[in-house]
Ligand binder design. Structure first.
Ligand code: F0G
Length: 464
């Protein structure tokens, strides 16, 4: 018999978490204005709001923390990270930033401009840009053009690479005469389409097409190792290649990358920008010094750069990726067994529950995925996050609500943190909500919202 995967580590330190009563949760979520971001972590039992910065570091990473060199300029920890980035990604130049969105801010300041009007007449094509990425683009007056393949927008369509860029859509965007594209941004894996990977063939084709138009290609690489694992297991010709070799080939098609190290770097904070060209690195470094810090720390402590240099390598270990992606699939399978529709195939860091199918009676104007998130919290103290109309925000030009094709409740699994018993608990909780789903007919209305990226701080009231 084939042996199943099991975690390639054992647990040395534990952090207690506590269950609560439904009455407590009702009071807490009301005080939180029905926004799960406003809950205190003690009010949550299993926290699947994000896989970002929430992973457990290894003993080797903690050891590296103790070796952290906190010198302002030229720290040893910086050079350890530089060597890792060159080895893993093949980029000779990089800038450390305090997290992924800081990398976006610095890179876009250099490539779009830094003022609110600087992006007028510019588009950034890509595959379902992440919300902070889109925020940085729209803040500058530029437009993010989503060129994701259509298959991504139907949760039940089976396609091995639902993060892929549709080359026809990309060509249409790049050939427009009324606007210009300073760069193309490919997100691997594509978070907003369900943690779905991009194939090697697609990365190669995107790169070739952009080269024809002389448009540089950057990868938003937060979950690059999970993407590499899917290439190895789903794309023909890669089964026998190692993860480091696949990662190297992926990044050979990019001119640079932004990175939120809080995901596949397996650290609690950090980010960077990778560059192939010294000229592009030089241009961005001025903004890095202004916004983040000097080029050899740029918003990171030396100890964190050290831990990241270890984490990036650990993320590329096959046993780790098998258990990581395996745990996500385990949760997906439990939910499927209960008849709950989720984005298929299962993604790399999270399971995305189809809230339109789960709560068809709730009107879309009352935020189906958010409503489901609140119900799951009330049921069992499990916190997910809405990927739907709240997150899609208002159109920057018309200020109308945008209703995306999918209303999803994302259950993001932190790296090396929860066991499959927690996954069983989460799945059973959602199955209980499903049993009473027919009676859930009303959702929420916005009582207050911020002008941009409203979902983080929005205040809601139950619709009547
Ligand atoms: N790009 C992607 C694909 C992301 O998923 C994120 C963050 C960022 C960029 C921004 O990085 O948080 O370090 O500033 N995603 C988190 C999430 C917040 O929950 O998916 P950051």
């Amino acid at each position: 018999m084939n042996l199943p995967w099991a975690e390639p580590y054992r647990i040395k330190t534990i952090e207690p978490i506590r269950r609560s009563t439904r009455a407590e949760r009702e009071s807490w979520i009301g005080s939180a204005k029905y926004n799960l971001f406003n809950l205190r972590s003690e009010q949550v039992y299993v926290d699947l709001i994000t896989d970002s910065g929430t992973g457990a570091m290894s003993s080797a990473q903690w050891a590296e923390m103790m070796l952290g060199d906190e010198s302002y300029a030229g720290a040893t920890s910086y050079y350890k990270l530089k060597e890792t980035i060159e080895t893993v990604f093949g980029f000779p130049y990089f800038l450390p930033t305090h997290q992924g969105r800081a990398a976006e801010n610095v890179l876009f300041s250099a490539m779009i401009g830094s003022g609110p009007e600087s992006g007028k007449g510019l588009i950034i094509p890509g595959n379902s840009h992440f919300d902070t990425t889109k925020g940085h683009i729209e803040f500058r007056g530029a437009h993010a053009v989503d060129c994701t393949i259509d298959e991504a927008f139907d949760t039940q369509v089976e396609h091995p690479f639902k993060g892929n860029v549709d080359l026809k859509k990309l060509d249409a965007a790049l050939s427009r005469k009324d606007v210009k594209a300073p760069l193309c941004l490919v997100t691997i894996t594509c978070n907003s389409s369900g943690g779905q990977p991009v194939s090697m063939a697609n990365l190669r084709e995107v790169s070739a097409l952009c080269r024809q138009y002389k448009v540089p290609v950057f990868f938003d690489s937060a979950r690059f190792a999970e993407n590499a694992y899917f290439i190895k297991t789903r794309e023909s010709g890669y089964a026998d290649k190692s993860i480091p070799a696949i990662v190297k080939e992926m990044f050979s098609y990019a001119d640079g990358c932004t990175m939120s190290s809080k995901k596949d770097g397996i650290v609690n904070i950090g980010g960077f920008i990778g560059f192939r060209s010294q000229e592009a690195w030089r241009k961005a470094s001025t903004f890095n010094i202004m916004f983040e810090g000097f080029n050899t720390y740029g918003g990171m402590a030396g100890r964190d750069m050290g831990a990241l240099s270890v984490g990036l390598r650990e993320a590329c270990e096959l046993d780790y990726l098998e258990s990581r992606v395996g745990q996500v699939a385990y949760l997906g399978q439990r939910l499927t067994d209960y008849g709950i529709a989720v984005q298929r195939p299962y993604g790399g860091h999270a399971i995305f529950v189809d809230a339109k199918k789960f709560l068809p009676k709730v009107p879309k104007e009352e935020f189906q995925a958010q409503t489901l998130g609140v119900e799951l919290y009330l049921e069992a103290g499990v916190r997910g996050v809405e990927i739907g109309a709240l997150l899609a925000d208002r159109d920057p030009d018309t200020h109308e609500n945008r209703y995306p094709a999918l209303e999803l409740l994302r259950l993001a699994i932190p790296r090396r943190v929860y066991t499959n018993a927690h996954m069983d608990y989460v799945a059973a909780a959602l199955a209980n909500v499903k049993e009473r789903a027919d009676g859930i007919r009303r959702g929420y209305r916005v009582a207050w919202e911020a002008p941009i990226m409203r979902h983080f701080t929005v205040e809601l009231t139950p619709a009547k």
